[in-house]
Write a protein that binds this ligand. Sequence first.
Ligand SMILES: [Mn+2]
Length: 358
Amino acid sequence: MDYRARQAAARQRLEGAGVEALVVAHLPNIRYLTGFSGSNALLLLEAAGAWLYTDGRYREQAKQEVREAKVEIPPKGDLWKAAAQRARRRRRVGMEAEHVTLAQSARWRENWAGNGKNLMPLRGEIEALRAVKEREEITAIQRAVELASSGFAKLTAKLRPGMKETAAAGWLEYQLRLAGAEGLAFETILAGGAHGALVHAHPGGERLPERGFVVVDYGVRLGGYCSDMTRTLHLGEPSRKARAVYAAVLEAQQAAMAAVKPGVACAAVDRAARRVIAKAGWGGYFPHSTGHGVGLEIHEAPRLGAASKERLAAGQVITIEPGVYIPGWGGVRIEDVVVVTERGAEGLTPTPKQLLQL
Ligand SMILES: [Mn+2]
């Protein structure tokens, strides 16, 4: 990973925003700019250099991981005071408004503010850089996606009607860990029958139905990068309605993938999926956006929803995941990770998408 180039790009954005320094508080952004993966840090990025503040627990880890920044471990763990004092000669400083608490910003002001100084709330500066992936990042995401996909076949070999959702989810997660996952990218969603109609259902004491859909949405972390996939399988013989709903979601997913191209509005990709589902008669049953960027975080820029203002760019890695959720009946969602290339969407998820009956 080229931390020097990333910081150079970040400094250009600081210039564009008219600030002399940026206080980076969001840990994934700090990791992106310096390689540091600890759970407590603050980064001060200036034209002349970068200072990373952390605490004594991370002395050794910071030595091993941090690139292109000076590491400082302030006494009493007061990262905000130390960074503010370092920046005291700067008059215009940007701060990550979406990632700083009121208490932290007050601490900063106590140790920095003076006459004519300007603290500028900034949003999404580093996130915008992170949206477009380097080749090495795409490879890391692809590895995570392939590891996760390998777990799906192991799950389907094990799933039976009557199995508890918690047991099924736990078995899947254990297989992923055995295969080398560093962790899960988010809490696994595994929900059968009517429970699957909740978009973010958490596996509970529910038992999988004799006959009905099972939604499985999960991801792993590998090399710091996340994967994200959803497959919906059917236990027993699918009804006509079940086949129709599944076909509509699959067609919507393919329509959205076909709409992916650099320069295309993210909202247009969302519309492509929504149009198919509406035409099939389930327009009122698709309550979430069509996808999101994935990388160091499970949800990152760009967002692919009706209200998105962004446009796709080559090198972005996004999910495409339309769904239909019918209360009291069940849900279907199909989700792949794709890379935006000049030729269109390049799918990374190898698991087949035709209706799987167990
Ligand atoms: Mn997702």
